[in-house]
Ligand binder design. Sequence first.
Ligand SMILES: O=C(O)C1=N[C@H](C(=O)O)C[C@H](O)C1
Length: 293
Amino acid sequence: MMNEQHIHGIFIPLITPFSRDYKLDINSYRKYVTYLAGHDIQGLVVNGTTGESPTVSWDEVKQMVQVTQDVLKSMNKTIPIIIGTGTNDTYSTVHRTEMAADLGADAAMVVTPYYNRPTQEGILEHFRVVSRVGLPVLVYEIPVRTGSRMTIDTIRKVLDLDGVIGLKDSTGDLDLLLKLTQYETKPILCGEDAYFHAMLCQGAAGGMLASAHINIQKYVEIYQRFVTGDMNGARDSFMLLEPMIQHVFAEPAPAAIKWWLAQQEIIAAEQLRLPLMPLSDQVKQGLLNSIVS
Ligand SMILES: O=C(O)C1=N[C@H](C(=O)O)C[C@H](O)C1
């Protein structure tokens, strides 16, 4: 299982490949995970936002986790597996976190509860109850999707919970990060791709970044340069990625990532589940033009 020391470097939020008839394409998934595991990454996340979690069943999650474990074992790799278990219902989140533990996950990623508009106290209680399951919890704050936002005081209290090992911060709020990292805090991962370099500068421990699919090695290199003190090199390399990142998120993710993976023949089809739609031709062209090697 993971602990705070494991939260650093580049984490890949996995897509869920579908066939043309919208079924889980497990053969593509196997090939895709084999490809990813060949890189110097610190974690794989099944059933995150990039995995289209609102449209994926638990049975499909289970199949993907088992294949991920098989692939890693056959490659003799020990990359932690994090499973997205968060919902807006505390008790179903507890149940899914228990099932994730049974599947052998190394941690659960739990999003701030959405839709029911809980109070700060309710959000804290949600994380308190889920953290007692015993599977380490990575808290996922993404107000643009959840419609609910933790105050700095709530984030500190949530991070103080025993079973919580860190935060994935997709707020894009550098001031928040600065306030958190001013004092001793559990590790914080950047979850807002365009801010990766800026967040490293403000004390982030790494990133969980869908855009890293396009050039994993480059992201690993930026992180390595940063932690070894080559600040200018890290910044210059990241600047070259920025136009690509803009295109990846120009339309709802993970359309661009799936399209690119299908182009590379890493997965068979770029298929998304509705209501997500395929990438437009305009963004495909922009993305191709913006990719640097
Ligand atoms: O899959 C995720 O988890 C990610 N979430 C962020 C989002 O949904 O906007 C972006 C990040 O690249 C990965």
